[in-house]
Design a protein around this ligand. Structure first.
Ligand code: FAD
Length: 490
């Protein structure tokens, strides 16, 4: 039991902004010590602009949830090590609890802090609060990292499912925290995580509700409505066919374990009529998140380095105009433009369209995947270093288990196949809304009469294609083949 003499325990929240299934919080509470719940806004670890907006809402929601239990979230602004050391000194805490991070910068910082605290005789307790399988849990028989997703996933499934999630605590005991702490901010407002002048976050506010309770609502909605047709619906960007949980998973409003078990319960309880096939497909997608984390854990330099070294020789084009057209959704290819506008407005883009726009940037425009990855990092609410880098390298062809270089997605065919009635285009590229389905994915193929009848002036209301598909495809193939040839010739 806690007594006034028992030193408090610190729970350091990072990518686990929730009370339920939070092993660090649960274990800290179990010690019986009063808790200091802290978040540190470390300038060295700040996410991109859209993810900062999302973090702001997440911190407010967690603070509210802690208030409901009689406590609060202490928010500090400064480098993590300095803030934590100071907090320990001022509160007299002897133990710190956190859930592990796996991204290269997070890990590097955590290792250094753990070392320093251990040397100062502060006990550090760390847990897996984020992944189904931690890096290192799933290895080949020879103990090596897997490089092929299918093989990794089969081995992961054989290892069994994750443990049961932990319920949220009914009560917690909180320690008093001195107000004059170094780095202590008067309110979450003072962190300045949301945009002010201009306030560009209107679309994000409309699209997303932060917090643990909202994430569970979203999960319930998906399990009732989306999971039953996931294997098919997940590829159709106009439908609400995927969970849209990536942002909640990234800041940890939900754990992957909770999602896993809730999805199992939904299918086995026949809730929403989902089949085993839908469930398996959904879990396999969830698995990609762990696979990506494991790849960067084993090779942290993949954040910048091509996994396939032959790609170092590609002469990526330095074309700012083309990059701007791509980023602003003005390439003249409707599916690409719809995706980039959905991203800009809502901070999220459908997975199928992420693949199309990434392929367009790296293959049609021959622009370095790292530029696209940085743009996504700044504009996605779910921006996650591992998932972003691994997927970008996968699409560009230079990554682990990557699509072969000659697979160049045709943006017109992708549109026709996955958005056959043009609903996605009409939602995000309204200037094409009146065009008939037959030409909506290739407006340049409309006759002059059709354009006039449907009020589209190509080159004025909507751009002509910035590259010709056939010519761009040929340029990319020649470039990749040159690189391959050089590699063969040594
Ligand atoms: P669902 O289909 O409902 O999937 C459930 C969960 O599984 C997702 O929430 C996500 O956590 C995980 N997941 C699904 N697909 C993938 C995948 N391919 N890789 C990793 N995890 C996956 N995802 C991010 O979370 N952050 C990123 O920064 C990110 N960048 C990407 C960049 C590119 C170029 C591409 C092609 C994909 C990227 N993804 C990223 C993966 C994927 O697009 C998103 O996770 C997914 O669209 C999120 O929507 P959802 O939650 O509805 O997914």
């Amino acid at each position: 039991m806690n007594t006034p003499d028992t030193p408090p325990a610190i729970v350091w929240f990072r990518e686990d902004l929730r009370l339920a299934d939070n092993p660090a919080l649960r274990e800290a509470a179990r010690t019986g010590a009063a808790l200091v719940c802290v978040y540190i806004a470390d300038p060295d670890a700040m996410p991109g602009a859209a993810a900062r907006w999302w973090l702001d809402g997440g911190l407010r929601a967690l603070d509210r949830d802690l208030h409901a239990l009689g406590g609060r979230l202490v928010v500090l602004d400064g480098t993590a090590q300095a803030c934590l050391t100071h907090l320990i000194k001022r509160t007299g805490a002897r133990q710190v609890f956190w859930n592990r991070r796996y991204s290269p910068p997070g890990r590097q910082s955590d290792d250094a802090i753990e070392d320093a605290l251990s040397r100062a005789d502060i006990a550090v307790h760390t847990f897996n609060g984020s992944l189904l399988y931690e890096p290192g849990d799933v290895r080949t028989k020879a103990g090596e990292p897997f490089r092929v997703y299918g093989a990794w996933w089969r081995a992961a499934r054989q290892a069994g499912g994750p443990g049961r999630p932990i319920a949220a605590p009914d009560t917690l005991t909180f320690a008093a925290v001195p107000h004059d702490l170094e780095g202590h901010v008067p309110s979450i407002d003072a962190l300045g995580l949301t945009p002010r002048h201009p306030d560009w976050a209107g679309g994000l506010r409309e699209a997303w509700a932060p917090g643990e309770a909202a994430a569970h609502d979203r999960l319930d909605h998906f399990l009732a409505e989306g999971l039953r047709d996931y294997a098919r619906g997940r590829d159709l960007p106009a439908e609400d066919g995927t969970s849209r949980l990536s942002a909640a998973l990234h800041v940890g409003h939900l754990s992957a374990r909770q999602v896993w078990h809730a999805a199992h319960a939904a299918v086995h309880g026949r809730h929403g009529g989902a089949s085993g096939r839908d469930l398996e497909k959904f879990l396999a997608e969830l698995g990609w998140r762990d696979f990506a984390a494991a790849q960067l854990f084993d090779a942290p330099d993949l954040v910048e380095r091509n996994h396939r070294p032959e790609y170092d020789a590609i002469g990526w084009r330095d074309d700012d105009d083309a990059f701007d057209a791509w980023a602003k959704g003005r390439t003249g290819y409707p599916i690409v433009d719809a995706g980039m506008r959905q991203l800009w407005t809502t901070g999220w883009m459908h997975n199928r369209v992420r693949m199309v726009v990434a392929s367009f940037l790296t293959k049609h425009l021959l622009i370095d995947w790292r530029r696209g990855e940085r743009w996504f990092r700044d504009t996605l609410v779910d921006a996650n270093i591992a998932s972003n880098v691994v997927n970008w390298q996968w699409v560009a062809g230079c990554g682990v288990d990557a699509a072969p270089y000659f697979r160049i997605m045709n943006p017109v065919l992708q549109g026709e196949k996955f958005d056959p009635d043009g609903r996605y285009i009409r939602a995000w590229v309204p200037e094409l809304a009146d065009l008939p389905d037959s030409v909506i994915h290739a407006p340049w193929s409309a006759t002059a009469m059709e354009c006039e009848r449907h009020k589209v002036r190509l080159g004025r209301d909507y751009p002509e294609p910035i590259v010709d598909h056939k010519a761009a495809r040929q340029r990319a193939l020649e470039c990749f083949e040159r690189v391959k040839r050089r590699q063969r010739e040594g």
